[in-house]
Ligand binder design. Structure first.
Ligand code: BEZ
Length: 184
């Protein structure tokens, strides 16, 4: 697919999906178009356990989910994809996530479109929930799974968010703790 040859109006031929975590920097699926985008009323948090990517069943890592937060704007990347892509993403994000419909604001096009996010709620079996930032950073620092270290997940995310110009005190505080504890 050629990402540059489609306009937002062609959303009728595809589906928008909003990435707020690894979907920002790990794009292992075809897309027609992508745009920096945001959703309102949610914040990203390292409150979800990962048994299959950044941890193991015995020692789950900590990865992102979204939590409702009124008025908060969560910046990420939106992709216009064909329906078949969801089979791949559903498999990739199978550990407690479900699809949720949201309104996505496309920054460049200055348009709102209906789309999908992957959301893991408190009632899923892999939910870990909140903890002190220092504890979350230590947890991330010691975790590793089939997709690599949990540390890489956090550092790649922080870099990608900085490139987008996102303000995200949760992620950047964790990054600081992680780098400090590694003696950087
Ligand atoms: C995302 O990058 O949008 C994402 C994060 C966690 C699970 C699924 C998707």
């Amino acid at each position: 697919m050629n990402p540059s040859s489609h306009s937002p109006q062609q959303a009728r031929d595809g589906h928008w999906v909003f990435g707020y975590g690894s979907l920002i920097y790990k794009v292992d699926f075809p897309y027609r178009q992508r745009e920096v985008a945001s959703i309102e009323g949610y914040a990203r948090r390292f409150w979800q356990g990962s048994h299959d990517h950044r941890g193991t069943p015995d020692a789950p890592g900590r990865v992102l989910t979204l939590v409702p937060e009124p008025d908060h704007v969560c910046l990420g990347m939106a992709y216009l994809v064909d329906g078949e892509v969801f089979a791949h993403l559903d498999h990739r994000e199978k550990n407690g996530y479900e699809r949720r419909q949201v309104s996505i604001r496309l920054r460049e096009s200055d348009l709102s479109v209906a789309g999908t996010v992957y959301f893991a709620g408190q009632d899923n079996p892999a939910w870990l929930g909140p903890a002190d930032a220092s504890e979350i950073a230590r947890h991330i620092g010691r975790s590793r799974g089939p997709s690599g270290s949990n540390r890489d997940y956090l550092l790649k995310l922080a870099r990608a968010l900085r490139e987008l110009g996102a303000e995200d005190s949760h992620v950047f505080e964790l990054e600081q703790y992680l780098l400090q504890s590694a003696g950087h």
